[in-house]
Design a protein around this ligand. Structure first.
Ligand SMILES: [Mg+2]
Length: 400
């Protein structure tokens, strides 16, 4: 089996309502943009994946990765992962290109990828990952509604100018929800969105003060309380806390950085992302090493349903994970149905707050090709992409 052609489609799906991410002050998101990756083989299998980004990601992958994958055996994932990783110094994170290879391998083996990886379970507990800042009373009501919908864990965002306002939201949420839900908070201090000036930067004392208040409120973890390279600060902070865990790592890159985070004792929960931070293969190696030190690996995910499904398989293959990040923040435009609009059906939680892992071969993506074709704004391809034309009638450079 050889890789015959690689195609990237930039897809822009409108949101029904705007979404205002807490980590991008002043930013209003009105659409969801992704690069849908397709890797076709000479024996007719097609693997899918998605990059987190737009045309810039598609161009970088086409230029720096695709030429080195064409003609290669997609089953040699570890060898090709090293090729993919080498592109990291040249452009946006290239790790997402490993995902279609695992999808192909799963389809060739007739197995879902999490089972191919050893399969620690067939379902994963979701934590609902919210994204907006809201007044305390409204957020408390929204979290209560999420609990009614089946979620057993919810993550809040901390981005007010005055962290005491964030804590007031946390207090209101805890008061309304009681102990029936597990709570996390994300301060997104690892790095700021470029151009979104005014992001409140926490110093060590602010992080410590917030963390201690969250301990009092029984929060499960505090995420990204300090910049991603402040290893000393993170380690000192963790040493000073009793019950609350520290989480982070989504903006770190490469196994070497995660190794440092582990060795310096920065986090209780590492959050690598198989699209942004490292390949899924490397994250599995990291998880084995983390397990030795009693550290959990709960992958980060954001952006779209394809990425979330990949991380669902990854989470279900790890023994030291326990959660799936589930981006969903109604009544904003960022909901499960918007996140998964490229799929025929949105991924949902069951009545116990878990997400079942699809048992179809590969990652189990079922793409809504009609909708994708309608919202495709750019196509880039190399090699023999006959699989695309035969199946879907989309030609090179088409835009609808
Ligand atoms: Mg985060």
């Amino acid at each position: 089996m050889r890789i015959a052609g690689i195609r990237s489609r930039v897809v822009q799906l409108p949101l029904d309502r705007p979404f205002q991410p807490a980590w991008g002050r002043g930013r209003v998101q009105r659409s969801l943009v992704l690069v849908l990756l397709e890797v076709g083989t000479d024996d007719g299998l097609v693997g899918h994946g998605a990059a987190h980004g737009g045309l810039e990601a598609a161009v970088a992958l086409d230029r720096f990765v695709t030429p080195h994958l064409l003609g290669q055996d997609p089953a040699q994932v570890d060898r090709l992962a090293a090729v993919i990783r080498d592109a990291e110094i040249l452009g946006p994170p290239p790790y997402c290109m490993e995902i279609p290879l695992w999808d192909i391998l799963g389809k060739a083996a007739g197995m879902p990828v999490h089972r191919l990886w050893g399969g620690a379970g067939d379902r994963v507990r979701a934590y609902c990952s919210t994204g907006e800042l809201r007044p305390a009373r409204q957020r408390a009501e929204d979290v209560a509604a999420l609990a009614d919908a089946g979620f057993t864990a919810v993550k809040l965002r901390f981005h007010h100018d005055d962290p005491r306002e964030d804590l007031a939201v946390a207090e209101a949420v805890r008061e309304k929800a009681g102990d029936r839900i597990e709570l996390m908070a994300d301060a997104n201090q690892a790095g700021a969105d470029p151009g979104t000036g005014g992001h409140r930067v926490w110093d060590f004392r602010t992080a410590l003060g917030v963390a201690r208040e969250l301990e009092r409120l029984g929060f499960h973890w505090l995420e990204e309380p300090l910049p991603r390279h402040d290893l000393d600060g993170l380690s000192r902070l963790r040493d000073r806390l009793e019950t609350i865990k520290l989480a982070g790592g989504e903006d770190n890159h490469g196994l070497h950085e995660f190794r440092l985070l582990l060795e310096r004792g920065c986090f209780d929960v590492l959050q690598p992302d198989a699209v942004k931070s490292e390949t899924a293969s490397a994250i599995r190696k990291l998880a084995a090493f983390a397990e030795l030190g009693g550290v959990d690996v709960v992958p980060h995910t954001w952006g779209n349903g394809l990425g979330m499904l990949v991380h669902l398989h990854l989470a279900a293959s790890l023994t030291n994970c326990g959660y799936l990040e589930f981006p969903h923040d109604p009544p904003s435009g960022l909901t499960a149905s918007a996140r998964d609009r490229m799929l025929t059906e949105p991924v949902t939680v069951d009545e116990e707050g878990f997400v079942q892992v699809p048992q179809r071969p590969g990652f189990g993506f079922v793409l809504d090709e009609e909708r994708i074709a309608h919202h495709t704004v750019h196509v880039i391809e190399q090699g023999d992409c006959g699989f695309a034309r035969e199946d879907r009638g989309v030609s090179k450079g088409s835009a609808t």
